[in-house]
Write a protein that binds this ligand. Structure first.
Ligand SMILES: Nc1ncnc2c1ncn2[C@@H]1O[C@H](COP(=O)(O)OP(=O)(O)OP(=O)(O)O)[C@@H](O)[C@H]1O
Ligand SMILES: O=C(O)[C@@H](O)C(=O)CO
Length: 424
């Protein structure tokens, strides 16, 4: 059976966001962690999203891992591969969006790639190449304070041009509203001028349907869940996927204990942790003590062990931007980030050993560290908790676990409680 669509995602929460959107768009979808084992059963599956952890690693590694995932997907018949990036275009001038895009475009033999992070359902829109988060340009949004990749320029034509080896152009809104043929013509014209990537404006789902249709004529595209939606709808309309009529079903309850972990320092996650304090015990890690040794992890696990038997608990490293900046200035951003990711991953492992089978994790890098530490390999999609965040059920690995991997900025204030309500 050939895949109708393949995707290489640059982080795990982003992958589950896309897998959720593809499922809602009518594609039977599986999310894998890294390149799947050969015995993964793909019968009846339309789309595979290969989750990588390549957003914040050195460029060369990001490129080689992405190429290997793309080759695997092509080997399963995927005619189109979407490189799933963050809807807030998380990256630095060194990459990794530009270099990975250049490599995948080269492999696919395409002259140009359509690029759009628009995802209107979560307030991400693109106009004249500028990315808006809700009502404000990217550089005025909380993303300007991101601990790993502060976003200080909203003009994505400029941002991507700093990362890509080829010139970057624009498919503007006036072209998009004229439909997929106009977009296709504009892409051809840009390619003829030697432009290797085009940021495409999109404000509504209708724009993304247009872009999905235009992108499908090529072998590779770059975008967030909004473009995934456009591609899914184009595939269903073309009869290349058969839109199952039953909603995503996460199967029988898994039971077991439940816990939440948060490493995201986004404004949304900080608000969600504050709200969780009213409904479950919350412990905040002391980052300085985490950097000093194992005692903080052991203390957190002992604290959890006394409480998790009677109800869900939450452990967070998250802090306000000013606190994050102070810590990073003292110890270095990479060192702090990795130490806290590793601490939360080890706490997840300890909780799992104490019977936790239902786990909510906030933050893309944090989720990557947790899922890797637990050795999870593939997920089936369950119901949507909030826009971009589905319930995931482990696939093909003995007793199932339920997870929710939340992108930092997603979800309402009651996210943690709401997630646990759907994870039975
Ligand atoms: N108190 C803290 N001080 C400094 N860095 C922190 C602190 N707590 C967490 N971090 C680090 O901040 C980074 C947060 O990245 P992560 O990807 O997990 O969240 P996010 O960027 O908000 O989510 P997403 O990528 O899904 O948008 C991680 O490297 C984490 O270890
Ligand atoms: O696109 C998004 O915003 C998310 O799926 C994500 O990738 C955040 O890390």
């Amino acid at each position: 059976m050939s895949l109708a669509l393949g995707s290489v995602a640059d982080d795990y929460t982003g992958a589950s966001d896309l897998a959720n959107t593809l499922t809602k768009g009518g594609l039977r979808t599986v999310q894998t962690i890294g390149i799947p084992a050969d015995d993964l059963d793909l019968a009846g599956i339309d789309a595979v999203v290969v989750a990588l952890k390549t957003r914040s690693i050195p460029v060369g590694e990001a490129v080689s891992r992405s190429r290997a995932a793309e080759a695997w997907l092509r080997g399963r018949g995927a005619a189109h591969v979407l490189f799933k990036i963050c809807s807030t275009f998380d990256s630095t001038d060194a990459g990794n969006i530009g270099p990975v895009m250049d490599a995948l475009r080269g492999e696919a033999g395409e002259a140009i790639a359509l690029v759009t992070p628009a995802f209107p359902e979560t307030g991400r829109t693109v106009y004249q190449g500028n990315l808006f988060v809700g009502a404000v340009p990217l550089n005025e949004s909380p993303l300007k304070d991101h601990p790993l990749n502060p976003m200080r320029d909203a003009n994505l034509v400029r941002v991507l041009a700093r990362q890509s080896a080829s010139p970057v152009g624009l498919v503007d809104f006036a072209t998009v509203v004229r439909g997929h043929e106009a977009v296709a013509k504009r892409l051809d014209a840009l390619a003829a001028e030697g432009v290797g990537a085009a940021i495409a404006d999109a404000v509504t789902e209708a724009d993304l349907e247009t872009l999905g249709r235009a992108a499908l004529a090529h072998r590779v595209s770059v975008g967030a869940s909004g473009l995934g939606l456009g591609l899914a709808r184009a595939l269903v309309a073309a009869g290349r996927a058969c839109a199952p009529d039953s909603a995503a079903d996460v199967g029988a309850p898994v039971g077991g204990l439940a816990a939440c972990l948060a490493g995201s320092c986004s404004q949304a996650t900080l608000g969600q942790i504050a709200a969780a304090e009213a409904v479950m015990p919350v412990r905040r890690l002391d980052p300085e003590r985490v950097l000093a040794g194992d005692a903080e992890i052991e203390a957190a696990l002992a604290w959890a062990g006394e409480r998790v038997g009677t109800g869900p608990i939450l452990i967070a490293s998250s802090a306000e931007p000013e606190t994050v900046r102070t810590l990073q200035a003292r110890y270095g951003g990479d060192r702090v980030g990795h130490a806290l990711e590793d601490a939360l991953a080890r706490i997840a492992e300890g909780l799992n050993a104490r019977g936790v089978r239902r786990l909510v994790v906030a933050g893309g890098e944090t989720s990557g560290a947790v899922v890797d530490r637990l050795g999870l390999r593939a997920f089936q999609l369950g119901p949507e908790i909030a826009a971009g965040v589905p319930v995931l059920r482990t696939l093909g690995q003995g007793d199932p676990m339920l997870l929710a991997l939340k992108s930092g900025n997603f979800g309402g204030r009651d996210f943690f409680a709401r997630a646990l309500d759907l994870m039975l």
